[in-house]
Design a protein around this ligand. Structure first.
Ligand SMILES: Cc1cc2nc3c(=O)[nH]c(=O)nc-3n(C[C@H](O)[C@H](O)[C@H](O)COP(=O)(O)OP(=O)(O)OC[C@H]3O[C@@H](n4cnc5c(N)ncnc54)[C@H](O)[C@@H]3O)c2cc1C
Length: 445
């Protein structure tokens, strides 16, 4: 019973949430158990408590974004990043309320804002808060501010480390000044853990990646401005994965440079020794794929993701809903099913712009001969003699094709964000249980 609990995905996911809450509230516990010698009044203590929680939450952001496989496997990267975004705002709010309460309650503390005369621990707090404000503004408004992804990611990392280091320096400085031994110890431990995590992400992970080299075997053109990059492991067994998962690819540069892009594997999950990534030419990096030479070095960080058919052995069948390049994880699921001679029914509802654009059109046709696969193509700009579905995947269309016993299938959606939202809503309206709907977002940021 005990071991069943420990291995149940829900139990593990709950365990992580429990750990998160415990660490966030730990500084508060230390504050309660070891209060300062002289009471500073309720509002001051309350303000300090909020600052402590905010700072602990900031430190935990490093854990959430460190791509630790065990944590990621419980939720999926997109859920973790969604949590990262929202909880950052909560931490930011708590950190701003912390001085605001002090200023209202003890107006003389406003002098601490005078960075020329204030003690260093107050200067650290002011500088850290400024770094945090820039961090939040550039993250929420990255696209309207026209900041390209790569420079933004570097700036984001630098500002996050700066804000946390200054925040910890402030907390340590105040603890030292007030001779609060336990708090000093706690913040030192948090600082060391944050530093270790940074070393893990920046040095240990890239080092492991560098030890597992892949070479590009070929680049195969596909319909719809898509190129399939075929990778072969060199001197190791490759990367086993669950069909539908993805990996971060570094191409032709050292993994220590940290310029990687996420792509779903489009090949069979049982062929970790020959990995295929089908990539649509959309931006700086993806437009270069077609010119990649065979023999180019590649490094992978993965597999990641919970968007996989693998976890539903007892389901009666699958409904896959793809739009454009969202077909890649589905292709992996279907190819794996064909290799395993999976006899469960698969329904693929696949939206494309034109008939010529349909990526994997011919490969999908071949798959219908190997597994119980029904394909519904939906075209936005159909040819004149087109007899099939047109327009968008909406509620009426779904209602015509999905099985009457809605809960008997698992539903996987991967498409443009607006399409995914509409399909999700339509499935809810058609009484598909929420636990049977799985989504993969290609736009993490
Ligand atoms: C889980 C997942 C699976 C994906 N699978 C596929 C796939 O199978 N096939 C495919 O063609 N595309 C896939 N993508 C999308 C792909 O990662 C982006 O299109 C690509 O990184 C864009 O890079 P770019 O420099 O060409 O475009 P840019 O024009 O520079 O960027 C366009 C947008 O892509 C995002 N982006 C850019 N660089 C990165 C990066 N390094 N890391 C994360 N996001 C970035 C940003 O939101 C940016 O605004 C996937 C994305 C995710 C999150």
């Amino acid at each position: 019973m005990k071991s069943l609990l420990m291995h149940s995905p829900i139990a593990i996911a709950m365990l992580w949430i429990g750990s998160y809450l415990a660490i966030t509230l730990l500084p508060l516990l230390v504050l309660l158990l070891y209060p300062p010698n002289e009471s500073r009044g309720f509002w001051t203590e309350f303000s300090v408590a909020l600052g402590f929680i905010g700072l602990a939450m900031m430190a935990l952001q490093f854990v959430i974004t460190a791509r630790i496989n065990r944590i990621e496997a419980s939720y999926g990267v997109d859920i973790l990043l969604q949590f990262h975004r929202y909880i950052s705002l909560v931490a930011f709010g708590l950190i701003l309320i912390h001085p605001a309460l002090l200023f209202i309650n003890q107006p003389e503390t406003l002098q601490l804002l005078n960075v020329f005369e204030a003690p260093w621990r107050a200067r650290a707090a002011v500088a850290g808060t400024l770094a945090l404000i820039v961090l939040v503004v550039t993250s929420i408004w990255r696209q309207p501010l026209n900041i390209p992804y790569e420079p933004w990611r570097i700036l984001h990392g630098v500002l996050a480390v700066t804000a946390l280091a200054l925040g910890l320096a402030h907390a340590l400085g105040v603890s030292y000044y007030l001779s609060l031994f336990w708090k000093e110890l706690l913040w030192s431990a948090i600082a060391i853990i944050a530093l270790l995590l940074l070393a893990y992400v920046r040095l240990v992970k890239p080092w492991f990646m560098a030890k597992k080299l892949y070479l590009v075997e070929e680049v195969v053109p596909q319909r719809g401005d898509v190129w399939t990059l075929v990778l072969r492991p060199q001197g190791h067994e490759g990367m086993p994965f669950e069909p539908g998962q993805f990996a971060w690819i570094t191409l032709n540069i050292s993994p220590f440079r940290m310029r990687e892009h996420p792509f779903s594997m489009s090949s069979s999950g049982d062929r970790g020794d020959r990995l295929e990534f089908s990539i649509k030419a959309l931006g700086d990096f993806t437009r270069q794929i077609k010119d990649v030479e065979p023999g180019t070095k590649a490094y992978l960080d993965g597999p990641y993701g919970v968007f996989t058919t693998e976890r539903y052995f007892d389901t009666a069948g699958f409904v896959l809903i793809a739009g454009g390049i969202g077909i890649t994880p589905m292709m992996s699921m279907l190819t794996t099913a064909a290799e395993r001679q999976d006899d469960r029914p698969f329904l693929l509802i696949y939206a494309s712009k034109t008939w010529e654009d349909v990526t994997f059109r011919d490969e999908l046709d071949t798959l219908t001969e190997k597994i119980d696969l029904k394909i519904v193509h939906v075209l936005r700009k159909p040819p004149e003699d087109w007899q099939g579905e047109t327009g968008y995947i909406d509620r009426d269309l779904l209602n015509r094709y999905i099985p009457i016993h809605r809960g008997s299938r698992q539903y996987f959606i991967c498409a443009a964000p607006v399409v995914m939202d509409q399909v999700e809503l339509a499935l809810h309206e058609l009484n598909v249980p929420v636990t049977n709907i799985h989504m993969e977002h290609f736009n993490l940021v």
